[in-house]
Design a protein around this ligand. Structure first.
Ligand code: GDP
Length: 440
């Protein structure tokens, strides 16, 4: 996700390498590069300009901090600005209704129906809710079937009314049913069109008026860049929605929608969709996303994902090992097995600091770990437990044994050491700036 943007931003920081402090002159080139990177990522022109103006002001205002290198300082400033551009803080859905009604809006193909299923699954499995899905797309029988299939998959009931072509009546009846049967969240999927049209807007506005939802979510395909932002504006003008869902962030998304939508419509991004499967959903944390955009990984989300898979005992052991710096290759193997269980590999790997870039050109599938595993399997147990033993001749033996070469073994050892160092700092609660300076 956002690989090109990440690369470009990283290059722009390099310009400042070797400079003693940030000045109007030496920062100009960096800012120009940042602006170009944002524009190429399909960020709205005005937003890109304001962004670099703000970064410049902050950077020049901080000249006195000579203890921090300009490149690092710039990374920090850009990170903070990216975070605030995407809304600053995490905003959850409002679940205070009785039942809570969540209305889905968005164009056809944006991923509305898929997301309705994902959200129902998340609320059920993580928040102990009892959702009811409502098939409000009355024009496409396929959409109703799609929702039914999803509902079966996640074991959530789907309310449909064969032959009823009035989504307002269906939504109202579904809420009544929820009250009778004790469902506490009603998720209403609605009909989309390929482009914004008046009839669709009237229809969804009528549903809104009739059911007075706690939460209206606008679902949009992040691959559509500036179009996503324009569509968001039209929907918001009409519906005054509460939050945005950005889907298809697993694809080749440049980042424009994620970075522009918030400041154009002034509504928070609340969720992202990262795949076609029902568990490919993340809540949106602006700061974590900024970390990922800057190629700094997203340790917090990674740990959360891991926690969902690990049992508490294992997690505690791991945390201890990380803090004491005794994490070794046997643990690494265990982690690989856990990661394999965590789903979309490329997505998971990109959360590891420094890994996003390393993974960029790799075609990741379930065999992606094979060569790493082969190298680790070629180590003796002693070497796995104590990687510092692995000297030159051992490296050669390991390379030969695993059918790889010395460079690959070296690369794995280096990545392992760096990740371990980083994890240790993070687990000890060092602040971001210290962690970043450790990375340089
Ligand atoms: P709707 O017309 O808005 O209800 O859209 P659908 O839910 O039918 O989704 C349209 C297509 O996008 C389907 O093929 C989905 O599998 C796919 N899709 C939805 N969300 C995601 C996502 O986050 N990532 C990817 N890669 N595909 C998605």
């Amino acid at each position: 996700m956002f690989e090109n943007l990440s690369d470009r931003l990283e290059k722009s920081f390099k310009i400042l390498k070797g400079q003693g402090m940030i000045t109007e002159i030496n920062v100009a080139e960096t800012l120009k590069d940042i602006r170009r990177a944002l524009l190429d990522a399909d960020v709205n022109f005005r937003i890109a300009k304001k962004f670099t103006d703000d970064v410049k002001e902050k950077a020049l205002g901080q000249q006195v901090l000579t203890a921090v290198k300009p490149g690092q300082l710039m990374v920090k400033i850009v990170k903070d600005e990216l975070t605030s551009l995407m809304g600053g803080k995490f905003e959850d859905v409002n679940l205070t209704g009785n039942p809570t009604v969540i209305l889905m809006s968005g164009l056809q193909g944006s991923g509305k129906t898929t997301f309705s299923g994902k959200l129902a699954n998340l609320l059920k499995s993580k928040k102990g809710r009892h959702p009811l899905l409502v098939a409000g797309d009355v024009y496409r029988p396929a959409a109703i079937d799609q929702l039914k299939v999803l509902g079966e998959q996640i074991n959530v009931p789907v309310y449909t009314e064969e032959g009823n072509m009035d989504p307002v009546k269906i939504a109202k009846a579904a809420i009544k049913e929820a009250k009778n049967k004790g469902y506490d969240v009603v998720i209403v999927d609605t009909a989309g069109r390929l482009a914004v049209d008046e009839q669709m807007m009237n229809e969804i506005a009528a549903i809104k008026k009739a059911v007075d939802p706690e939460e209206i979510l606008f679902v949009v395909d992040s691959m559509t860049g500036q179009d996503a932002v324009n569509t968001a504006k039209e929907f918001n003008d009409r519906l005054d929605f509460d939050g945005v869902v950005l889907t298809k962030l697993d694809g080749d998304t440049r980042g424009g929608a994620a970075l522009s939508i918030r400041s154009v419509v002034e509504k928070p991004i609340k969720f992202v969709g990262t795949g076609e499967k029902v568990d490919a959903i993340d809540v949106f944390h602006p700061d974590r996303m900024a970390d990922r955009i800057l190629g700094m990984g997203d340790i917090v989300s990674l740990v959360e994902k891991a926690q969902e898979q690990f049992d508490a005992e294992e997690a505690k052991k791991l945390q201890n090992k990380l803090a004491k710096n005794t994490f070794n290759f046997n643990d690494f193997l265990k982690q690989i097995n856990q990661i394999k269980k965590m789903g979309n590999l490329k997505d998971v790997m990109s959360m590891i600091p420094g890994m996003g870039k390393a993974m960029k050109n790799m075609d990741l599938d379930d065999d992606a770990f094979k060569s790493i595993e082969a190298i680790i399997f070629s180590m003796t147990n002693e070497e796995r437990e104590n990687p510092s033993l692995i000297n030159g001749s051992r490296r050669k033996r390991i390379a030969d044994g695993s059918g790889s070469n010395i460079q690959e073994v070296n690369r794995l050892l280096k990545q392992f050491t760096e990740t371990r160092k980083m994890m240790k700092m993070v687990s000890q609660g060092k602040n971001m700036q210290r962690v970043m300076s450790g990375m340089q």
